[in-house]
Ligand binder design. Structure first.
Ligand code: MEV
Length: 442
C-alpha cells in the first residue's frame, strides 16, 4: 500500500472515542483541521443524553447533519385539518405543498382511501423434492410454521394483525430446486420489518424441523427477508371539483377549462413517457419523502417500492392520474406506503416524535393518508406551475435565498435583492453582480 493510501485507512476506527475519530478524520482529510473539528463539534447536541440517542441510530458518528424541519399548514384530509411536518433541503417544496393545500382547502380538501395494508416476506430455499410433493404438503407445512411461531406473533395477533397466509412459489424452472415461501402479514401500526424478518427466519428453521420430522431431505435456506415491494399496502389520495371552480390562471389569461385540459395532458405525458414520468414522480416524492423523513420512517424503502410500483404494468409511468370529464376535474395518486407510527425511530427520534404529535398521533393508515395527500399536493403544485408560469419563476425566487446566503448577504442586502429580483431573472452571476454593485456604492 502506498504511504498516501496507508495514512487514509485505519483499523479499529469504530473503537475510537468520538473526539479521536474526528481528530483522525480532520488531520488526514482536511486542510484546516482545527476549524473543521470545531465546526463538527458545534453541531453536537448540547444535551449529552439527546446526543446519545442520535448516535444510537447509526455507527461511527462524528457529528449531526442538520436538515430544515418545515411545516405545511392548511391540509384538509378527509375533512380533518392538518399541519404537515416536512424535512427537506430543496427550496420551494414546502411552499409548493402549502400553496396546493390552501388551493384545495376551499375545494373540498383531499380524500383518501386505504386500498390495502398487507406486507410480504420471502423465504428462498433449495429443496430436492418434487414440486407436486411440496404442494401436497403445503397445508401441513403452513400449520406447522404458524403453530411454531406463536411466541413471536401473539402480541401482533392481540393488536389485530399477524400472519395472513403462507404460499409456495415455484422457481424451479428458472433455477434447479429453487422455491419460495411467501408470507403475507398485517403489522397494524408498526412498519413491521423486525416482526416480519424474525418470523421469516423462524419459518426457515421450522421448515427444516418439519422435514426432519417427516423423514424428508433437509431444505437449504438461501435467505429470509421481507420484500420492500408492497403492492398490497396502498393508499389512494384524490382531489376533485367542478372545472369552473378551479378559477383562472396566469393572471386571468388562462381559463379553468384550458387549465384542466392542459393539466390532464401533462399527466397523460407522464403516463406515456418514462423520461417525463421519472421527473414527475420525483416531484411526488419531494412531498412524500419529506413527511416520511419527518415522521422517522424509512424513505429508501418507500422510494424503492414506489418506483417498482410505477413500473408494475411493464413500463415506468406516472403514479398520479387525472380525469377531466362531465364538467369535473379529478386528480388522484395511488401509492404503496409501508410505514409505521409505532416502533423504529418514531418514538425515539425527538423531532419525529413531535411530528407525529403534530399530526394528532395518527394510526399507520392515517399517516399513509397524510403522506399520500402531501405527495399529491406536491405533484399538483409542480404540474400547475409547469403548465402555467413555468417552474423557474417560483424556484428561482426561493433559490435566491440560497444564493444570498452563499454570498453572505446582510439582512439589508437581502431585502434590497429580493425587491430587485422580483422583476429580474435570477441567476447566481446576476445576484453576485448586483451585490457587488451595491457593495461598491455603499
Ligand atoms: C423538482 O424538484 C420537481 C419537479 O421537477 C417535478 C415535476 O417536474 O413535475 C418540478
Amino acid at each position: 500500500m502506498s504511504p498516501q493510501v496507508e495514512h487514509k485507512t485505519i483499523s479499529g476506527f469504530s473503537k475510537l472515542s468520538k473526539r479521536k475519530k474526528i481528530k483522525w478524520i480532520v488531520e488526514n482529510f482536511f486542510k484546516d483541521p482545527e476549524n473543521v473539528m470545531r465546526e463538527l463539534i458545534s453541531y453536537w447536541h448540547k444535551d449529552d443524553k439527546q446526543q446519545d440517542i442520535l448516535d444510537g441510530f447509526s455507527e461511527n458518528t462524528i457529528s449531526n447533519f442538520p436538515m430544515p424541519f418545515g411545516v405545511a399548514p392548511n391540509f384538509i384530509i378527509n375533512g380533518e385539518p392538518y399541519v404537515v411536518p416536512m424535512v427537506i433541503e430543496e427550496s420551494s417544496v414546502v411552499a409548493a405543498a402549502s400553496a396546493a393545500a390552501k388551493f384545495w382547502m376551499s375545494r373540498g380538501g383531499f380524500k383518501t382511501e386505504i386500498l390495502g395494508t398487507q406486507k410480504i416476506g420471502q423465504v428462498f430455499l433449495k429443496w430436492d423434492l418434487d414440486i407436486a410433493d411440496i404442494r401436497l404438503r403445503m397445508p401441513g407445512i403452513k400449520l406447522h410454521l404458524i403453530a411454531q411461531s406463536h411466541d413471536l406473533t401473539k402480541n401482533m395477533n392481540t393488536r389485530g394483525g399477524g400472519i395472513i397466509d403462507i404460499q409456495l412459489k415455484d422457481f424451479s424452472k428458472q433455477e434447479t430446486d429453487l422455491y419460495q415461501l411467501e408470507g403475507t402479514f398485517e403489522t397494524c401500526d408498526s412498519m413491521g420489518a423486525n416482526y416480519i424478518n424474525s418470523l421469516l427466519e423462524r419459518f426457515g428453521l421450522e421448515l427444516k424441523s418439519y422435514a426432519l420430522q417427516e423423514g424428508l431431505s433437509e431444505p437449504e435456506i438461501i435467505m429470509s427477508i421481507l420484500s420492500n415491494y408492497t403492492p398490497q399496502c396502498v393508499v389512494r389520495a384524490s382531489v376533485s371539483c367542478d372545472i369552473s371552480d378551479l378559477g383562472t390562471f396566469d393572471q386571468g389569461t388562462m381559463t379553468a377549462e384550458h387549465f384542466a385540459e392542459k393539466f390532464a395532458t401533462a399527466i397523460r405525458i407522464a403516463e406515456i413517457d418514462p423520461y417525463r414520468a421519472t421527473t414527475h414522480n420525483k416531484g411526488i416524492f419531494n412531498g412524500i419523502d419529506a413527511v416520511v423523513l419527518a415522521t422517522g420512517n424509512d424513505f429508501r424503502a418507500i422510494e424503492a417500492c414506489g418506483h417498482a410500483y410505477a413500473s408494475r404494468n411493464g413500463s415506468y409511468a406516472s403514479l398520479s392520474h387525472c380525469d377531466v370529464s362531465n364538467g369535473i376535474f379529478k386528480f388522484w395518486l395511488d401509492i404503496p406506503l409501508a410505514i409505521g407510527t409505532v416502533g423504529g425511530l418514531t418514538k425515539l427520534h425527538p423531532i419525529a416524535k413531535r411530528s407525529l404529535e403534530l399530526l394528532g398521533s395518527p394510526s399507520a393508515p392515517e399517516l399513509m393518508s397524510i403522506i399520500a395527500a402531501t405527495g399529491l399536493a406536491q405533484n399538483f403544485a409542480a404540474v400547475r406551475s409547469l403548465v402555467t408560469t413555468g417552474i423557474q419563476k417560483g424556484h428561482m425566487k426561493m433559490h435566491l435565498q440560497n444564493i444570498l446566503n452563499t454570498l453572505e448577504a446582510t439582512p439589508e442586502e437581502k431585502e434590497k435583492s429580493i425587491n430587485h429580483f422580483s422583476q429580474q431573472v435570477v441567476s447566481f452571476n446576476a445576484v453576485r453582480e448586483y451585490l457587488d454593485t451595491q457593495r461598491a456604492e455603499a
